[in-house]
Design a protein around this ligand. Structure first.
Ligand code: G3H
Ligand code: 13P
Ligand code: ZN
Length: 334
């Protein structure tokens, strides 16, 4: 049993309370490799932002859960070396699919876990979430639950159809489970193709697809039921069209990729939404930089030559999210 506090990690409790009070959101960035982790930590240190490093099933399959957990331990030391005396870094399991997965992460030093029972019947979601909370809270590990289903055409966590969270269920769910935060469905979804072209309108000036707005009425109804309770938004990448263009003009083929407009995320971050999950934008930044670099330097074959600009590009994107979208900068005192 590893005590996450001994390796310098923190849970989400204080972080979320401050974010809800302060009208900003904590970035939850997925990481799968060293370059992503370095870019996330550099961005969070330079902006003095707390940060959530999150590990998905895909990441565990790709990189190995043990290795990622030791990378997070290394991330704390790396942040200190970069000049942050008291880093606020959470190591979070993203979309935990069972009690056993959550337990194994808690036992190995994760400071926060998500149990995603959103695809289960309501009573089963309550039961498994409560079981995870009972185990996690013994070790002061915080737990995120989910109510409502996010649609998405990519990733193992996607569903064919979205179902918005029902505001009439949230009090019962939070009370029965004891979760520390609640992920909700208000129209976001995973991956780089969040909406079909049929769901969008076309901006006559740019010819770009404009997605339908998020269901802020549902968010407001949930906030009324649970005043001040930490709310989480998954599927919150914006799918920057300049990155999509770089990919497509350097041999890629991403058609009709569309994300959540940043002004809507800015609005959400000012509400009780205190954790915003971003993965796809990092994938796009990395892929665009690598494709561009290799197209311009066909003779390069040392991975460091193209991973360096990829890391720089991800870092720029993370800083932009922290400062211009979530507002979590300047929240850590050194
Ligand atoms: O929640 C979804 C994340 O983007 C992770 O996806 O399981 O492919 O790593 P992944
Ligand atoms: P995106 O695919 O929009 O980046 O969402 C990531 C996410 O929700 C991880 O849990
Ligand atoms: Zn997610």
């Amino acid at each position: 049993m590893v005590d996450y506090k001994k390796i310098g990690l923190v849970n989400t409790r204080k972080m979320f309370a401050k974010a809800v009070d302060g009208g900003y959101a904590i970035p939850a960035f997925n990481f799968n490799n060293m370059e992503q982790m370095q870019a996330i930590i550099q961005a969070s240190v330079e902006t003095k932002s707390p940060v959530i490093l999150q590990v998905s099933k895909g990441a565990r399959d790709y990189a190995n859960q043990t290795l990622l957990r030791y990378m997070a331990e290394g991330a704390v030391e790396y942040a200190k070396e970069l000049g942050c005396a008291h880093p606020e870094i959470v190591l979070h399991l993203d979309h935990g699919d069972s009690f056993e997965t959550c337990k194994s992460c808690i036992d190995m030093g994760f400071s926060s876990v998500m149990i995603d029972g959103s695809s289960l019947p309501y009573d089963e979601n309550v039961a498994v979430t409560r079981k995870v909370v009972e185990y996690a809270h013994q070790f002061d590990v915080t737990v995120e639950g989910e109510l409502g289903v996010l649609a998405g055409v990519e990733d193992e966590v996607s569903a064919a159809e979205s179902h918005y969270t029902k505001p009439e269920e949230v009090i019962d769910f939070v009370t029965k489970t004891g979760v520390d935060s609640l992920a909700i469905s208000i129209g976001t979804s995973h991956g780089a193709y969040k909406f079909t072209p049929e769901q969008c309108t076309v901006d006559p000036k740019t010819g770009r697809l404009v997605p339908p707005p998020l269901a802020f009425d549902v968010l407001e109804a949930i906030e009324k039921k649970l005043p001040g309770f930490p709310i989480v938004l998954h599927g919150s990448s914006s799918v920057p069209q300049d990155e999509v263009d770089i990919i497509n003009s350097n041999g890629g083929s991403l058609k009709a990729a569309v994300g959540i407009p940043e002004e809507q995320l800015r609005k959400a971050a000012k509400s009780a939404v205190c954790k915003i999950n971003i993965d796809s934008d990092s994938r796009l930044a990395m892929t665009a930089a690598i494709r561009k670099h290799l197209a311009e330097h066909p003779d390069h074959f040392d991975p460091r030559q193209y991973l360096k600009p990829a890391r720089e590009s991800m870092k720029k994107m993370y800083i932009h999210k922290i400062v211009n979208v979530l507002g979590s900068n300047d929240k850590i005192e050194n």
